[in-house]
Design a protein around this ligand. Structure first.
Ligand code: FAD
Ligand code: SAM
Length: 697
């Protein structure tokens, strides 16, 4: 990204007509028909895309039916589609709705608009609860246990669709009328529509304006002008018809007054970075068997994401239970540290944080409907103290340069920080009101439970061997533990144990947390406080503080010096609170805690994606060693059906759930939950390419 500020969004400014329908002030246009918004959506977008009939096809049991929309607005089209899908689609069919919105409604206006449709209330309430903050970029949400998914992308339609990777089955071209909003209907938008469409993709739009018909025709669609909704004379619908070579064909005459148009050249975004081109899907069936090695937060979130898509998962773990290693802490903090400038690292973690907090909210809600009553997540807020002069300056610069919504983060004085946390603090800081702490161990155990997930515990996978059309997983004696069509390696630092992935530049970093029992005199801490270490509010009369950070250290037992280190960090950052704990005379040898190993990558971004064949990649892209400006005309080499999800470092709670979605998007043929640039930033092969460019490999 050329811009060195995080992008911001302008929210929609509305006024309301005599029937309380929203009107855009900027565009002076309606969000839906004055006659009936519901009937308009059903007529224009559903009926003219052949819905709900097309949902009956078995193809959409193997992969989700993907709808893409320009202009999410009030979400009416999404809610109507979701309602029709529940009513008419087969039970095992899945829907994925992608929508781009440049001027999102604020939450109050959204609620007021959706109150117009009482029949949609049960769905509208779920959308309102899941509605993203006004932060640009991709926001993925799950509804109905993941049967219906929404990817709401906040930003400009042309820009956002050009960075989306997906296959779209039907387009809802909404957006204000071209006469009032010509900027949206760009050639780049139509080029993306062509790139994301395939044989049989349909399109429907409320408008019959020439710019739209010509754009669609140039994108290869066969376009028809038909009767519009209500008082409107015409609207347009169409279909992409491809010949055996994948070339668009117009089988009937287009709408009579369409002028001849030049076909748009096909967009080929992978030309600039061919080394990141994703592999072709191994097999178009979700009945495949996928083995996942490692039942930490990375493995269990991935198992859930794929199980929801109907895959048969075997989750294989060396311990007797999930969540015993890095993810075995009593309390982990969902937090992020954003750079002053929007690097890929910061943009990825911002997306991951936003996704995770909705994910944990949902999980807590789902569990509360069962017999399971434990707290697994508490959004108590996180304070990031400016604990050194350098950090004070960094936070000041960060706040001055950027403009984030207060609901995401804001600067607070020492007095405000003290008020929020319930304990006197001497430093100013950043306040993340929606952040909090989670119980990673219990979350892993809960996520491993699904009818499509088989748990195999107490088994260490020693080797991976290609077999038939998939992989054999062998133990130390060379005995086959199981065979699977595809394998996902999610075993943190031990990923390097396998011959195929031994080249990975990851490091294990030892960490130790300290548990302190509270007494009746212990002051109540209301928020998580992060400094050089961190402390979370007490859970079951125990405070969890952490954490030490040691490279090249494989000691698995608790160490007194590390307990002391954690206590010292607390005393330095929060002297009043630490003083009230009365731990100064405590024998650190009697304290409990937990040792774990983080798996960090050189750029502190996870490694999620297809497993490259190291030697082959070096050969295919060798040209980069001599001249990094020359893009070799080569395809990347991947082990078929072998994937990685590791390198979650110190922030697995913010990164793992979203990375699981990325893997599910590769494997289950659904839209990516992140823009292409960030999906590439996660690709394990980036280290091979960087090494070649720097001539280090
Ligand atoms: C002390 C400490 C404090 C932390 N605090 C936070 C925090 O506050 N917030 C935060 O977001 N993150 C925190 N982290 C980081 C976070 O815990 C990790 O990012 C996260 O746990 C990584 O999850 P994972 O699934 O990749 O790895 P793990 O949880 O380590 O899971 C890997 C699993 O693979 C299994 N396995 C390994 N090899 C094999 C094999 N060959 N066969 C079978 N099974 C195998 C292991 O037994 C393990 O269960 C902390 C880490 C530590 C160590
Ligand atoms: C008619 S409304 C859409 C109504 C919506 N589909 C619904 O169900 O409520 C048009 C929407 O397009 C959005 N929009 C306008 N220009 C845009 C652009 N360039 N990129 C993305 N969205 C845009 C507007 O902010 C507005 O929300």
């Amino acid at each position: 990204m050329a811009n060195n500020h995080y992008q911001t969004l302008n929210q929609a400014k509305l006024h309301w007509d005599e029937s309380q329908r929203p009107i855009s002030q900027a565009f002076d246009d309606v969000y839906f028909s004055k006659a009936s918004g519901l009937d308009e959506t059903r007529y224009v977008f559903l009926q003219h895309n052949g819905l709900p009939e097309r949902w009956q096809k078995t193809t959409f049991i193997h992969r989700p039916f993907v709808i893409a929309e320009t202009g999410f607005g009030t979400g009416l089209n999404f809610l109507c589609t979701w309602q029709a899908f529940i009513q008419h689609a087969p039970e095992d069919a899945r829907l994925h709705f992608v929508s781009v919105e440049k001027f999102p409604l604020n939450i109050n206006d959204l609620e007021q608009s959706l109150a117009l449709w009482p029949e949609l209330k049960p769905l509208a309430d779920q959308l309102i609860a899941a509605y993203p903050l006004p932060i640009p970029g991709f926001h993925r949400r799950h509804f109905d246990q993941g049967r219906v998914q929404l990817t709401l992308i906040q930003g400009d339609a042309s820009e956002c669709f050009s960075s989306l990777e997906s296959r779209v089955d039907a387009w809802f071209l909404d957006g204000f009328a071209p006469a009032k909003n010509p900027d949206m209907w760009t050639p780049e938008l139509f080029q993306s529509i062509r790139r994301l469409s395939d044989k049989g993709t349909t399109v429907a739009t409320f408008t019959a304006a020439g710019i739209v018909r010509n754009g669609l025709k140039a994108a290869g669609f066969e376009v028809k002008k038909v009767k519009g909704f209500g008082h409107k004379r015409h609207m347009v619908c169409g279909e992409l018809i491809l010949d055996a070579e994948g070339q668009a064909v117009q089988t009937v005459n287009p709408a009579p007054d369409v002028v001849p148009v030049e076909p748009l050249p096909l967009a080929k975004p992978w030309m600039k970075t061919p080394w990141f081109k994703p592999p072709c899907t191994v097999n178009h069936s979700n009945k495949q068997h996928i083995a996942i090695i490692g039942a930490g937060i990375a493995g269990t979130t991935t198992a859930q994401a794929l199980a929801r898509h109907g895959f048969n998962i075997t989750l294989i773990e060396q311990h007797d239970q999930a969540g015993k290693e890095g993810s075995g802490n009593r309390q982990g903090v969902l937090y992020i540290k954003l750079g002053t400038e929007p690097s890929s690292h910061s943009r990825f973690y911002l997306s991951g944080f936003e996704f995770s907090r909705h994910y944990f909210n949902n999980l807590q809600k789902q569990l509360s409907r069962t017999d399971f009553k434990e707290l697994i997540w508490q959004a108590c807020g996180v304070l990031q103290l400016a604990y050194t002069e350098k950090e004070v300056k960094r936070q000041k610069r960060f706040i001055e340069r950027n403009n984030f919504p207060d609901m995401l983060l804001k600067a607070v004085t020492a007095e405000q920080a003290s008020e929020l946390s319930g304990t006197p603090l001497q430093q100013s800081g950043l306040w993340f009101p929606q952040a909090g702490w989670a119980r990673p161990d219990i979350i892993c155990q809960q996520l491993s439970q699904h009818s499509n997930i088989k748990r195999v515990t107490g088994q260490f996978v020693d080797k991976l061997q290609p077999a038939d059309s998939g992989w054999s997983l062998l133990d130390k004696d060379g005995k086959t533990l199981l065979k699977a069509d595809q394998v996902i390696i999610a075993c943190a630092a031990s990923t390097k144990h396998f011959a195929q992935t031994a080249w990975l530049p990851t490091k294990a970093i030892r960490g130790q947390t300290t548990y302190l029992q509270t007494t009746a005199q212990t002051p109540e801490l209301k928020t998580v406080v992060c400094h050089e270490g961190y402390i979370a509010p007490a859970l079951d009369n125990t405070l969890c503080l952490g954490a030490s950070f040691n490279l090249k250290d494989d000691e698995k037992e608790l160490r007194e010096s590390d307990q002391q280190h954690n206590l010292n960090l607390l005393s330095e950052a929060m002297p009043t609170f630490a003083g009230q704990l009365n731990h100064s005379g405590v024998d650190t040898g009697t304290l409990s805690g937990k040792v774990g190993f983080r798996c960090a990558s050189p750029d502190y971004v996870p490694l999620t994606g297809p497993a490259p064949v190291y030697k082959e990649m070096l050969e295919r892209f060798a040209l980069l060693r001599h001249d990094a400006t020359k893009v070799p005309d080569a395809a990347p080499a991947y082990y078929p059906g072998l994937w990685l999800n590791t390198g979650h470092g110190s922030r697995g709670l913010a990164s793992a759930p979203l990375c699981a979605e990325v893997l599910a998007a590769y494997i289950a043929e659904q839209p990516m939950p992140l823009e292409r640039e960030l999906v590439n930033a996660l690709q394990p092969s980036r280290f091979i390419i960087r090494g070649l460019i720097r001539d280090k490999l």
